[in-house]
Design a protein around this ligand. Structure first.
Ligand code: BV8
Ligand code: ZN
Length: 259
């Protein structure tokens, strides 16, 4: 691990264009369950990919809206972890750093990062399912701790149901975000991928594209993932422990001069 950390730290120190690419594991230590285990309690009988679809919302809008309100409440109770703070430090220290996230929480911004390129939208940007008018984020729905169905609000403009501002399975990613993320992956010399299983496309293409374009790819994840095969360096471990260690190794804090 020591040798890999040294390689990663040198790559970060010397990089001219850095991409940080994050997934649900980034927020796990803030108490926000990863996508595969976002379903606890009431939701455990559903597969996330079954709830995160336009068909599910059309079939049972109260159930789907309730799930997103339950997740939004959890994110609002959560706090950024040391990994989010380390990402904000990298963005401040590394030239031309671009943050690309698959996450729909706001923990990167709350840790001080500039708004990331969001490939899968946000829990905090609801919009009308009919006329796409942006909706004002209302008060949190009154739900039991384990969650439950909540009727979505109605659009003031056209009366259609308000939907979560996320990208569901089967929906296209926001074109501009994808174009910007692809451009960044193509031109970076270092991509750090943190806390993603690397199985959801087209987002999962980003680290692979960086590798194909000749960038050094550093993966931070406690588990093995399909991205192991494209990572130049694997740093096994969690976001909140490995990212701060990487920042310290790249930019050691000069010892205090005794005054
Ligand atoms: C599209 C928002 C076309 C919603 C999400 C077969 C092959 C290839 C593709 C497909 C296919 N079949 C279907 C598809 C397409 C599909 C897809 O990829 N499916 C997968 C399941 C195979 N993709 C789509 O549908 C996309 N759209 O293709 O549209 C199109 C084109 C034009 C016009 C119309 C249509 C849309 C995909 C976006 C779906 N929305 N999120 C919501 O949040 O509810 S995706 C969702 O899962 C998350 O946002 C996240 O991005 C994604 C993957 O999750 P991860 O972030 O990787 O998290 P996960 O839980 O999987 O893993 C966590 C990782 O963290 C693990 O590795 C774990 O070890 C690690 N970890 C845990 N703790 C820590 C940690 N790491 C660090 N520290 C820790 N403490
Ligand atoms: Zn409307």
């Amino acid at each position: 691990m020591r040798q890999s950390m040294d390689v990663a730290a040198q790559a970060l120190r010397e990089a001219q264009a850095v991409v940080v690419f994050t997934g649900a594991g980034m927020s796990a230590e803030s108490g926000v369950p990863t996508f595969r285990d976002a379903l606890t309690g009431l939701w455990e009988r559903f597969d996330a990919t079954e709830l995160a679809t336009p068909e599910a919302f059309a079939r049972d809008p109260d159930l789907v809206w309730g799930w997103y309100e339950w997740r939004r409440a959890m994110v609002m109770r959560a706090r950024p972890n040391p990994g989010h703070v380390a990402v904000a430090t990298i963005a401040a220290q590394a030239p031309g750093c671009v943050l690309v996230t698959q996450n729909v929480d706001d923990l990167h911004e709350r840790a001080g990062s500039r708004p990331p390129i969001r490939l899968h939208g946000s829990l905090f940007a609801p919009r009308c399912s009919g006329c796409a008018t942006a909706a004002v984020m209302g008060e949190l729905a009154d739900q039991p701790a384990e969650g439950g169905p909540v009727p979505p609000p109605r659009c003031e403009n056209c009366g259609a149901r308000i939907r979560p501002g996320v990208v569901w399975f089967g929906e296209a990613l926001p074109e501009a975000s994808l174009v910007d993320a692809v451009a960044a992956a193509r031109t970076c010399d270092l991509l750090i991928t943190v806390g993603t299983s690397g199985v959801v496309y087209p987002a999962a293409e980003i680290p692979r594209l960086a590798a194909r374009s000749g960038a050094t790819v550093v993966q931070i994840n406690p588990q093995r993932t399909p991205l192991d095969e494209v990572a130049t360096v694997n740093l096994p471990g969690t976001a909140a422990s490995v990212l701060p260690a990487l920042v310290d190794a790249a930019w050691p804090v000069p010892p205090r001069t005794s005054v």
